[in-house]
Design a protein around this ligand. Structure first.
Ligand SMILES: O=c1ccn([C@@H]2O[C@H](COP(=O)(O)O)[C@@H](O)[C@H]2O)c(=O)[nH]1
Length: 287
C-alpha cells in the first residue's frame, strides 16, 4: 500500500487516498455524463428524475471497479436547480459508498471569485463538496490559489487543465514550444506537490489520452510533477488503454484513465455497465 500522507489539518491527503484507491482497484475513473441521448437510450426522461436514476445506477454498477467517479457538472447544470440537487445527492451517495469523486466543473476566475468556487466544491459542509474538482488555469495558475489552499487544508484535491483531449486545445496549450503554456502549468503543479515529498500529491493535471507525442514534443515531465494525471479521451474520443501506456511512458503509474460514453452506452443494465467498466479496467491494467 502507498504511504499515508496527511494534509495541513492532519487528515489523509487526497493524493494519498487516490493512490490507495488506485492500488486497491486499479487506474480507472468512470465518468457520469447523463447526456440527453444516453438518457433516451436508457428509456429515461431528460429531466431530474432521469438524471437521478441514471447517476445512481452508474454508481451502483461501477462503484467497486473504479478508483473514482467523475460527474460532468454541465450535464446536471443544464437542468437548473433540480439538476444541481441531483448532483448533490450523487456526490453524497458516492461518499457514503467510499468512492472518490472528481467534480468535472472546470472552474477558474480571479482570486476573490475563485474563493467562492473553492467554498462550493472543496469546503466541508458544502452540499456540493467533492473529493476533488477540475480547474481551468486560463486566468493564471496563481489565480487558483484559494482552491489550492482549501484543498490542501481539507484533504481534498484539484485537477488543473494542462493538455486537454480536444484537438482545439493545442492552439493555446502548445504556445511557447519548449517553454509552452502546458509545461508552465505542469511546473506550477510540481511546485505545489513538493510538500508531499515522494508521495502522490493532491494537485493533479488533466492530460488527454489523445495528446500523442505532445508530452515529449513539449518536454513535459509528468513523473517529476508527482501528482495524479486525469486522462480523458478513452473510448468515445478514440484513445485505447495501449495509447495511454505509450503516451505517458514512465508517468503511467500516476495516470487515472477516465471513460464516460463508451461505458455508459452499455446501460441501463447493471451487468452491461459492469462488463464495460471491467473491460476498460483490464485494458488499463494491461490484462
Ligand atoms: O480534456 C478534457 C477534459 C475533460 N473532458 C471530460 O471528460 C469526459 C469525457 O467523456 P467521454 O464520453 O469519455 O468522451 C467529458 O465529461 C468531458 O467533458 C474531456 O473529455 N477532455
Amino acid at each position: 500500500m502507498p504511504e499515508q500522507v496527511l494534509d495541513t489539518a492532519g487528515r489523509e491527503s487526497f493524493g494519498s487516498r487516490l493512490a490507495a484507491a488506485m492500488a486497491a482497484v486499479g487506474p480507472l475513473c468512470v465518468g457520469i455524463d447523463p447526456h440527453p441521448a444516453l438518457l433516451q437510450s436508457w428509456g429515461l426522461g431528460d429531466d431530474a428524475a432521469g438524471l437521478r436514476r441514471f447517476s445512481l445506477t452508474v454508481l451502483e454498477a461501477v462503484g467497486s471497479l473504479a478508483a473514482a467517479v467523475k460527474p460532468q457538472v454541465a450535464l446536471y447544470e443544464r437542468h437548473g436547480s433540480a439538476g444541481m440537487a441531483v448532483l448533490e445527492e450523487v456526490l453524497a451517495a458516492a461518499a457514503q459508498e467510499q468512492v472518490l469523486t472528481i467534480a468535472d466543473a472546470k472552474r477558474g476566475d480571479i482570486g476573490s471569485t475563485m474563493a467562492a468556487y473553492a467554498d462550493a466544491w472543496l469546503r466541508d459542509g458544502s452540499s456540493l463538496a467533492a473529493d476533488s474538482v477540475t480547474l481551468s488555469p486560463y486566468l493564471g495558475f496563481e489565480s487558483l490559489r484559494p482552491a489550492l489552499d482549501l484543498a490542501a487544508l481539507n484533504g481534498r484535491g484539484v485537477f488543473v487543465l494542462a493538455l486537454t483531449s480536444n484537438p482545439e486545445g493545442a492552439s493555446v496549450q502548445h504556445l511557447g514550444g519548449t517553454d509552452s503554456v502546458a509545461k508552465r502549468i505542469t511546473e506550477a503543479a510540481a511546485a505545489e506537490n513538493r510538500r508531499y515529498g515522494d508521495s502522490l500529491g493532491s494537485v493533479g493535471l488533466v492530460v488527454g489520452a489523445t495528446v500523442g507525442s505532445a508530452l515529449s514534443d513539449l518536454g513535459m515531465d509528468l513523473k517529476a510533477m508527482h501528482g495524479p494525471v486525469l486522462a480523458p479521451g478513452l473510448g468515445a474520443q478514440g484513445a485505447t488503454p495501449a495509447d495511454l501506456r505509450k503516451t505517458f511512458g514512465p508517468a503511467y503509474p500516476q495516470v487515472l484513465g477516465t471513460s464516460s460514453r463508451e461505458i455508459l452506452a452499455e446501460g441501463p443494465a447493471i451487468r452491461g455497465l459492469r462488463e464495460a467498466a471491467q473491460r476498460t479496467l483490464d485494458g488499463l491494467r494491461g490484462e
